[in-house]
Ligand binder design. Structure first.
Ligand SMILES: *Cc1c(COP(=O)(O)O)cnc(C)c1O
Ligand SMILES: [Zn+2]
Length: 419
């Protein structure tokens, strides 16, 4: 099976260009990387993956940010707004309270447009430019549209975003609008938006930059590479576990791919790879269902609902890449309630770390798994927080303190404070 953790060398096919090619994860068909526009396999419609003759190791990385890792990427440089190199915060009270050996928060909200989507776009938009396509498009719960709009503008390309009407947080729509995307508000949920944009892409109307696009996941691998380098520097070991929110499971797939390539390069042993642990909201948990039932396929949920709008997704397109990642690393998946998510959002805020609801799912999931004994007290854990608090100001206001009206004089304020 091609998606296992193995140190076997890859034969490079005739289609490879400078040691890079695309390969179908289902049937193994191979394609040249930048010749035609293609998102899935011509033969079997399976997901495609970027492959390398020589997977990179740590010694080859230099510089800062996503492009520090260009040796592990399909291009030397991208359309960049200085993405990556995000903080890996300590959270001592939360670490103590949850009860693990070490807890670090990888805050992806500190990227240029406020989410990890920037790491994928710096690569994906550069590939679009390489392919010479005109119009870029995505379906989005918000953050992908913000990132695509910014990187598309930066690269001088037209962008089109399809959003589920009324289900996108205010900050994200504002970003897409100001960065000059055409915004189509669709009367349907995210999965319906993706169905439409995939159709438009198949008809050659747009270049698709959802995480179905294999090049986006290459950029997102760098989250895993940054975490591994930081744990090695701070603790002299790899993290035992990485916990992350799951929507389309692009990040889960990307982190797993980063680890597989490090194993293939001999940089890390298969049994040392961090346990990938996915967290979904109870109202949108098809991946959790598949992991719990040990199923080969993920069942599409037609009705999904959660306050964590960024992971309000019923048909995770990258599931065939992500499920082996969770299983092969010895990880798991867990669902949390909206109240548990809000509680975790407050816990993070109390450490000075402001995140949007979906991001807090990782911490809520860790707390739950620790309480159930699935996560041990001796574990060193990294939780991914995927997006910035200001993305969803309404959720922040609701989760936080109520403003208190006071008169415009000191005596009145003092009186109020005494109550
Ligand atoms: C996109 C997004 C997710 C979901 O990530 P996947 O890679 O699709 O699983 C989670 N949180 C936030 C804030 C996002 O923007
Ligand atoms: Zn195929």
């Amino acid at each position: 099976m091609s998606l296992s953790l193995s140190a076997e060398e890859e034969e490079s096919p005739a289609e490879a260009v400078d040691g890079v090619w695309l390969e179908c994860i289902e049937c193994g068909e191979t394609y040249a990387p930048f010749e035609d526009v293609r998102y899935t396999c011509d033969e079997c419609d399976g997901l495609l993956e970027v492959r390398y003759t020589d997977p990179a190791t740590f010694e080859e990385f230099e510089g800062e940010g996503v492009w520090r890792y260009s040796a592990a990427l399909p291009l030397e440089e991208g359309v960049s707004i200085q993405e990556g190199a995000t903080p890996l915060y300590e959270a001592p009270r939360l670490e103590d309270d949850i009860g693990v050996e070490a807890l670090r928060i990888k805050h992806e909200g500190m990227n240029p447009t406020g989410s990890f989507k920037d790491r994928g776009m710096t690569v994906g938009v550069a590939v679009a430019r390489e392919l010479g396509v005109g119009r870029l498009a995505c379906a989005s719960t918000g953050n992908t549209s913000a990132a695509l709009a910014a990187y598309g503008s930066r690269g001088g390309m037209e962008t089109l975003v399809l959003l589920p009407a009324g289900k996108v947080a205010a900050g994200k729509v504002g970003q897409a609008a100001l960065h000059d995307a055409r915004i189509l508000e669709v009367d349907g949920n995210f999965d319906a938006c993706l169905d439409v944009v995939r159709d438009l892409a198949d008809r050659g109307e747009v270049y698709l930059l959802n995480s179905l696009n294999p090049f986006r996941l290459e950029g997102q691998k760098t989250i895993g590479l940054e975490i591994l380098e930081a744990f090695q520097a701070d603790y002299g070991t790899w993290p035992d576990r990485i916990v992350l929110p799951v929507g389309n499971a692009g990040n889960t797939s990307a982190l797993y791919k980063a680890f597989r390539e490090l194993v293939a390069a001999g940089a890390i042993e298969p049994e040392e790879v961090p346990k990938l642990t996915g967290v979904q909201a109870e109202g949108a948990a098809p991946m959790v269902e598949a992991v719990e039932n040990d199923a080969d396929d993920v069942r599409r949920w037609e009705e999904v609902e959660t306050r964590a709008t960024a992971i309000r997704i019923g048909n995770p397109v990258n599931a065939p890449k992500a499920l082996p990642g969770i299983r092969e690393t010895g990880g798991t998946a867990v669902a949390v309630s909206d109240d548990e998510i809000t509680e975790a959002q407050r816990d993070l805020a109390a450490e000075g770390i402001g995140v949007e609801p979906a991001s807090a799912a990782s911490v809520a999931g860790l707390r739950k798994l620790r309480a159930e004994g699935v996560v041990g007290e001796d574990e060193r854990v990294a939780c991914l927080t995927t997006g910035h608090m200001l993305k969803d100001p309404d959720a922040a206001a609701e989760a936080g303190n109520e403003p208190e009206p006071v008169p415009a004089d000191t005596e009145g304020v003092l009186e109020h404070l005494e109550d």
